[in-house]
Design a protein around this ligand. Structure first.
Ligand code: FNR
Length: 188
């Protein structure tokens, strides 16, 4: 049976053993019954945004990102007190054309070895998603510090962080359900 809500999980890291990729998977495992969280893994194949490239047609990697999704879950690393360039690049592409980011439910989360748990990266993303008129879930927020020690061998967050992520995912599922566009039936 097709699940009612499809959420795309994007890790803002190209690294094979990325904490944030593992975080998307941990969130997917906690999704409620009517929600799928699918991981998008092709950020590295999205070319640098260039209006000349855009004029020649949207690259395949961007088209795949544009597929109808009910919401976006972004797991961001923090690079130099901001979010990585690959994320900004993807957002810039998606902000063009059909403006699919406008009105889109978005949740921000992030993991790092740094002690502040991606607070500044997430704050930077909130500013960008204000420009795209996306609906970023205001709370709960989740900032994960601790690096490799965050996860156990099964890819589950250790200790209290597991319950915090479960609460976060449930809240985002509710946020996404709440802000789906209303499709009115056509008049006879
Ligand atoms: C970092 N890192 C980092 N961490 C942090 O908390 N604040 C920061 O400002 C930075 N700056 C920074 C710059 C650069 C260029 C790199 C490569 C790394 C550490 C970074 O968040 C950490 O390596 C994460 O594990 C990266 O995320 P993934 O790849 O594990 O998902």
């Amino acid at each position: 049976m097709k699940k009612a809500l499809s959420i795309l999980g994007i890790a803002g890291s190209l690294r094979r053993d990325s904490l944030n990729r593992r975080l998307v998977d941990a969130a997917a495992a906690l999704a409620p019954d009517d929600v799928t969280i699918a991981r998008y893994d092709a950020l590295g194949a999205v070319p640098m945004f260039d209006e000349d490239v855009e004029a020649a047609g949207e690259p395949a990697g961007v088209r795949a990102l544009r597929d109808a999704v009910a919401g976006l879950l972004i797991a961001t690393p923090e690079y130099n007190q901001s979010f990585p360039a690959v994320l900004k690049n993807a957002i810039d592409w998606l902000s063009r054309g059909d403006e699919m980011l406008a009105g889109k439910p978005v949740a921000l989360v992030g993991a790092t070895a740094g002690r502040w748990g991606t607070r500044l990266a997430q704050a930077g993303l909130r500013q960008v998603f204000a420009a795209t008129e996306s609906l970023v879930m205001p709370s709960p927020m989740l900032f994960l510090a601790g690096g490799e020690a965050l996860f156990d061998a099964q890819g589950r967050l250790r200790g209290d962080e597991h319950a915090r992520l479960a609460h976060f995912v449930a809240a985002f599922a509710a946020w996404t359900r709440r802000y789906q566009p209303i499709v009115l039936p056509l008049p006879p």
